[in-house]
Design a protein around this ligand. Structure first.
Ligand code: ZN
Length: 425
């Protein structure tokens, strides 16, 4: 399978953050990465290892027990979406509906009038965690007819997230009562998980757009898909880690794909938590280093924080800084923000240019307009928590945080090539 077809398959296999993490772990296991048990003590032999905690996955290639530094790639598995509330199912006006929260900064209007499936996890009362996916058109956030909102095209669509985003998922039975709706929903989810409704302990379910990831454009130069931010980066990192081959014998290559970036990264699994530092330290101690040697190795380490970047949009070209206008298909974007919303420092930027030169690819510079705010990434959190140099970069895209985003085919191979050079450098 060619790389882009494989990326499309990865996107389709990852409708929720937990599905993305399971798919990453599955692919790493298939490439010989051995699962680490977080609750055991680790005696590490040279080899390939993977740890999954919730929707966060950390993979590491350890060439020898003499660790001098880490070459890290960071990305995130989560994307903005609509997520079900605990008591989600109810009936209203004889329609079955689902209460949803907006996860992250979603472009909410892009979720309207789409055929939606459900994906996530179910916990049983016995503590089992089971993946669930209902991959058929189960739900729909229905728009309001223009006849009932005549000014919508002039005034813009305003969606109150509590009132206007609840999807329909059926017609209520004659009783029209919400207890029946809850029971019917529990039966639906239990059947999808292969358990009985009485076994359900808790649910964590997200809506997702059923339209498969695809190539588009006159010469198929685009990728259209949900969740390109940031699964395209996870995929490039995965390809790079599996294909990088050994660097120097004392460099540990690491890919960390975190959950919760879109909601600030501050969680047990997030980049602004202690998980990555703990895993790196445990790998080092497991190889026989002491804490002082581990901290010395950290000080010589660097992370490439991979997250998608804003290409200039032809309809809104004025939203970009006039002299920093990354274009789709123009190569990987190096992001700078001197207020440290991006972690790129001088050493990191120089390193990125060296890697790009070695990989034979172009880099494009991005900085936000001075009068516009700037997004952020996991980069600043990791740089602060571990005290390491970071560089923020990503493949250019349009429609970031839409249910259906757009990137260029040609940038994806460059992305993985740049990451391979970083892991080898
Ligand atoms: Zn992102």
């Amino acid at each position: 399978m060619d790389t882009v077809a494989d990326l499309l398959a990865f996107l389709d296999a990852s409708p929720s953050p937990s599905h993305a993490a399971r798919e990453l772990a599955r692919r790493l296991a298939a490439a010989g990465f051995q699962a680490l048990d977080p609750s055991a003590t680790w005696d590490i032999a040279p080899g390939r290892y993977v740890l999954r905690r919730g929707a966060t996955v950390i993979g590491a290639v350890i060439p020898s027990r003499r660790i001098r530094r880490f070459a890290l790639i960071g990305a995130h598995t989560d994307s903005p979406h609509l997520r079900l509330k605990p008591r989600a199912a109810y009936a209203c006006e004889q329609c079955l509906q689902l209460g949803v929260e907006v996860y992250g900064s979603a472009l909410t209007h892009t979720w309207v009038d789409r055929d939606l499936g459900l994906a996530g996890e179910v916990w049983t009362r016995d503590g089992l965690c089971l993946p669930v996916r209902i991959g058929r058109p189960l739900a729909r956030v229905a728009s309001l007819a223009i006849h009932l909102d005549r000014r919508v095209n002039d005034d813009g669509l305003k969606l109150n997230p509590q009132l206007h985003l609840a999807p329909l998922w059926g017609l209520a039975s004659n009783s029209g009562n919400s207890t029946d709706a809850g029971e019917e929903f529990a039966a639906l989810i239990a059947a999808a998980a292969g358990i009985t409704p009485a076994e359900i302990g808790a649910l964590d379910l997200s809506l997702y757009d059923l339209t498969p990831a695809t190539r588009g454009g006159a010469r198929e130069e685009f990728i259209f898909s949900g969740r390109l931010d940031n699964l395209a980066s996870c995929f490039a990192g995965l390809s790079a880690l599996i294909a990088a081959g050994a660097a120097e014998p004392d460099v540990v290559q690491v890919l960390a794909c975190f959950d919760h970036e879109e909601v600030g990264s501050e969680s047990a699994e997030g980049a602004d938590g202690s998980l990555l530092g703990q895993v790196l330290e445990r790998l080092a101690l497991g190889c026989g280093l002491d804490r002082s040697a581990y901290l010395a190795a950290l000080s010589a380490s660097r992370m490439l924080s991979a997250d998608m970047a804003h290409a200039v949009h032809p309809n809104w070209a004025d939203r970009h800084e006039p002299r920093h206008r990354p274009r789709l298909g123009g190569g990987i974007v190096l992001k700078t923000n001197h207020n440290h919303r991006y972690a790129t420092d001088g050493a990191g930027a120089a390193h990125a240019h060296t890697c790009a030169r070695r990989a034979g690819i172009a880099l494009q510079d991005f900085v936000a307009r001075t009068d516009l705010g700037c997004g952020s990434t996991i980069g600043p959190a990791v740089a602060a928590n571990l005290g390491i140099s970071c560089v923020d970069l990503g493949a250019p895209m349009l429609s970031m945080h839409s249910a259906r985003e757009c990137a260029a085919v040609s940038d994806q191979a460059d992305y993985a090539a740049l990451m391979r050079e970083h892991l080898r450098a």
